[in-house]
Ligand binder design. Structure first.
Ligand code: MRU
Length: 368
């Protein structure tokens, strides 16, 4: 994707050939700044603090975390330590475990002298694979938008609602839920995106709005609770969201508030799609509502908000009375029955075990 006209991925190996560059997403949309990760601990900190976030990007960053750990120490102990430290960073996005398992498989049985090189090669492949998958998700989701556009009169835009940020910032490039939107926009289909602000971390207001703006896609940020009202009044043609983990039965975990949008969409007969790359599927969890672990983060994220002052300082202010208890659930699970379809790299499939197993038999078999 382009930032100020320049092609940018969300993660890269720096010109020194070993340290890892990422965008500090905690500063967007106010400041575009990149940071250099040099150690395993740098990567752990970046994931925990959400300087890098979004399920596929968390996986890619973890892959490079293994590289940096092996660069410092190629022993089995170092590999195990890196695996455990990275896995503990965030519990809901299964792409993290997927990427760590891929890295383990790529290096574990190699002579020590070859491990770091093999790790960097596999991490780069994981990144390239993510981009290719997302391009396919974009193409497959485009057909849904084209069908709606064909029904519109006088060039009216297709109104898409999205929650959180499942764009290129959440992946290595292109995005998942936003991929069909970018492709449709580039193909000249008139579009308008309703962007849920996505409290408490405001990934919609801060990141999705910024991304769409960089790409020139018309959009409006709405308060998290506005979606139901808009759907009731015919202002949403389709909802497309991302996912952090999709269970074998098609239940999908995504940023807190997604479930409420799916309920409103179902009540208003608005098609509700979840876009996901196959590493987001967890065939080991039979039922998402009961089986997917939900991250709980610091209450400070709910009690405070950050933004930019008129003189350009990024400040955090408190919005909850001192002394009030605060709870911060990071994700919720949308039951498969509320999902119209899953947009994957292998096509749009039903949110069901049967359809997922048919589309991804090798993943399904590997989980047995
Ligand atoms: O807490 P975050 O910002 O990492 O949560 C991100 C989301 O919920 C995204 O929708 C999800 O990871 C899909 S990203 C392609």
């Amino acid at each position: 994707m382009k930032v100020a006209g320049k092609h940018t991925r969300s993660i890269w190996v720096e010109p020194d050939g070993w340290s890892v560059g990422v965008i500090d997403q905690t500063l967007l949309p106010h400041r575009f700044a990149t940071i250099r990760l040099e150690t395993l601990n740098d990567v752990v900190r970046a994931i925990v603090s959400m300087q890098v976030r979004g399920a596929p990007l968390i996986g890619a960053a973890a892959a490079y975390g293994v590289c940096l750990a092996l660069r410092a120490d190629v022993s089995d102990e170092s590999l195990d330590r890196a695996y455990a430290a990275l896995l503990a960073t965030r519990p809901t996005a299964i792409n993290l475990k997927w990427a760590l398992d891929e890295m383990l498989a790529a290096v574990r049985n190699r002579p020590r002298a070859e491990r770091a090189g093999a790790a960097y090669r596999r991490a780069a492949e994981i990144c390239d694979q993510d981009v290719a998958i997302n391009q396919a998700i974009g193409r497959n989701g485009l057909a849904l938008i084209e069908t709606i556009a064909a029904r519109k009169k006088h060039g009216e835009p297709v109104n898409v609602l999205t929650h959180c940020n499942a764009g290129w910032l959440a992946t290595v490039d292109v995005g998942t839920a936003l991929a069909p939107i970018y492709i449709a926009h580039d193909a000249g289909i008139p579009l308008h995106v309703w962007v849920d602000e996505t409290r408490p971390r405001n990934q919609g207001a801060a990141l999705t709005a910024w991304e769409l703006g960089q790409h020139g896609v018309p959009h409006a940020v709405i308060a998290d609770n506005a979606g139901g009202h808009l759907m009731q009044h015919g202002a949403v043609d389709i909802a497309i969201v991302g996912a952090d983990r999709v269970a074998a039965n098609g239940d999908a975990a995504n940023k807190i508030g997604t479930y409420l949008k799916a309920l409103a969409a179902t009540d208003n007969r608005v098609p509700f799609y979840v876009a996901l790359p196959s590493p987001t599927i967890d065939f080991t969890v039979a039922d998402g509502v009961t089986g997917i672990p939900i991250e709980q983060r610091s209450g400070e994220e709910v009690a405070t908000m950050s933004g930019i002052t008129s003189d350009g300082r990024i400040e955090t202010v408190r919005v909850v009375p001192n002394g009030s208890a605060v709870a911060n659930y990071g994700f919720d699970v949308t039951p498969a029955r509320l999902i119209t379809g899953l947009i994957t790299e292998r096509g749009v499939v039903a949110a069901s075990h049967e359809a997922l197993a048919k589309a991804f038999p090798e993943r399904c078999d590997a989980a047995k």
